[in-house]
Each structure stands twice: as C-alpha cells, then as structure tokens.
Design a protein around this ligand. Sequence first.
Ligand SMILES: Nc1nc(=O)c2c([nH]1)NC[C@@H]1CN(c3ccc(C(=O)N[C@@H](CCC(=O)O)C(=O)O)cc3)CN21
Ligand SMILES: CC(C)C(=O)C(=O)O
Ligand SMILES: [Mg+2]
Length: 289
Amino acid sequence: MAQEKTVTLRTLRRMKKEGERIAMVTAYDYPSARLAEEAGTDIILVGDSLGMVVLGYDSTVPVTLEEMLHHTKAVTRGARRPLVVTDLPFLTAHLSKDDVLRAAGRLMQEGGARAVKIEGGEEVLSAVRSCVAAGIPVMAHIGLTPQSVHQLGGYLIQGRELESARRLIHEAKQLEEAGAFAVVLECVPEELAESIAQTVSIPVIGIGAGRGCDGQVLVYHDLLQYGAGSSPSFVKVFSQTGQSALSGLQSYVEEVRSGAFPSEEHVFPLKSGVLERLYGEGGDKDAGG
Ligand SMILES: Nc1nc(=O)c2c([nH]1)NC[C@@H]1CN(c3ccc(C(=O)N[C@@H](CCC(=O)O)C(=O)O)cc3)CN21
Ligand SMILES: CC(C)C(=O)C(=O)O
Ligand SMILES: [Mg+2]
C-alpha cells in the first residue's frame, strides 16, 4: 500500500532504529517509477544496471552520465514519495573533486535525484566526503561492485575469506564515518552481512546478502521477470511479466493478421450521410467542402 509522506534520510534512520525493513527497487522510466511508488517502495534506485537490462550493453561499464540523467528525469517525474537515488556511472567517483561534484550535482539539479550511489570502499572515501560536504546524500555500495567486473574477474561472491570479510567490515565503518547515509551490500555471505548491519548504525541494504540486512534491493526486470534474460540466483521472481507481455504481443500479431483487430469498438465512424455525399451528388468527388 502506498503511504503519503516523502521518504527522507531521517525516515530511513528511524526505520533502521525501529527494525522496520526497507524495500528498494530499481526503476528506469516513468511507468516503472509510478508502479514502484504505488506498490509502496521506500527507495527507487536508478541503477546503472540500466545499461544491461534496458540498453542491452553486456556490463554497466559503458553507461554514461547522460544516459543516467535521461532516465533519472523520467523516474523522478513518476515518483513523489520514494527517495530516488541514482548511480554515479563507471569512473566518475575517481575523477577530481570538481568533476565528481559536477556529475552528482547534475543528477540532482537536472535529474531530480535526491541522492547518489557510489560503488567502492576505501578508494571512494574522498568522493563520498566531498559530496556529503556539498549537501549531496550518498549511498555507498560494497561487496560485489559490478563496475569492477573486469577487475574482479566476474560477478563473484565477495567476503568469503577472513581477510576480505574483515576488509568489508572495515569499509562499511569507514563509509559510515565519511557520511554515507546507507550502504548497499551486494553478494556477500549472509552471516557477514548480518554482522555488518549490526555494526554500523546506517541502514544496510542487501542484494544477494541474506536475511540479516535492514532492507533489500532487486532489479525491477529481475523480480518481475521482464526480459532481463537469465537473472542471478539470489533473485526471487514475483511475477511473470515478460511471459504476459509476450502472449499479449502474440495475440496482437495474430489478430492483425486474421483481421480480428481492429473490431467495431476500436474504430471511428464517419458522420451519417457524409460518405454518400463524398462520392454521390453527380460524382463531383473533387469538389471538396
Ligand atoms: N539483471 C541484472 N540484475 C542484477 O542484479 C545486476 C545486473 N543485471 N547488472 C549489474 C549487476 C550485475 N549483477 C550480478 C550479475 C550476476 C551475478 C551472478 O550470477 N552471481 C552468481 C554467483 C557467482 C559465485 O558463485 O560467486 C550467482 O549464482 O548468483 C551476480 C550479480 C548484479 N547487477
Ligand atoms: C543492483 C543495484 C544495487 C545496482 O547498483 C544497480 O541496479 O545498478
Ligand atoms: Mg549499480
């Protein structure tokens, strides 16, 4: 059910404190944002997964700031209550402070986003601090960071070993200290995610990170099984949207071919008598009027 009040950083802080789980979903356009809002979603992420599920790239690396802006505008026109967060695209958080602020600033001023998400730990702390100091709320993202897929060697579970688990806990704490208002934990073992959620006081939003997180996020096209191809194994499919769209399209094609569509209720009749006068009255069909 949709609630009225706008979701803010304070709302999220209160939800964590009161043990109320946060529901976050990606959206990339106006209709999906409308539906996500109506379903009562707390946070909408304009994720750079856009590149893979909507634009057909084979990773999130090629996604540009202009593309993120274009889709952020569509989403913010469709959603009022949820907090809209947009991913900073590949490389952006590693540019100069000025360039980071310019990019994040455009997503907020032109796009209407109310926060940005930045992938990475230690190496993005200064970008996080710069944004926060400038009044740009930052959601952090650690664990499996898809923009580093070529560095990581695939979309692999992170934090399974002692050393990498320790590093993730440390990074979560550092990001909280740098001022991030929440952190996405992607593809890490459940016990580690739970312990991080208990360690930091900001909300931990999990994706493939188990049941101990303060909230969950999934890609829109994954949870609705809407033409995203094969989805990661942590995805639960909540509706067969692609199947339903396909059978609708098949029926349409069939009815166009058979002539069953359009039928009487889908056509506009001429005013009575006009047809007769068009070609009648002595055959002066070029007379006009
Ligand atoms: N449709 C879609 N859903 C996503 O969640 C998503 C994207 N695209 N694109 C950007 C990133 C890439 N993501 C991915 C992609 C694949 C796996 C995956 O297949 N993981 C394996 C685990 C591999 C291992 O065992 O280490 C899995 O079985 O889920 C995980 C996250 C998450 N993001
Ligand atoms: C999967 C989520 C966390 C994301 O970053 C995206 O959709 O781009
Ligand atoms: Mg992303």
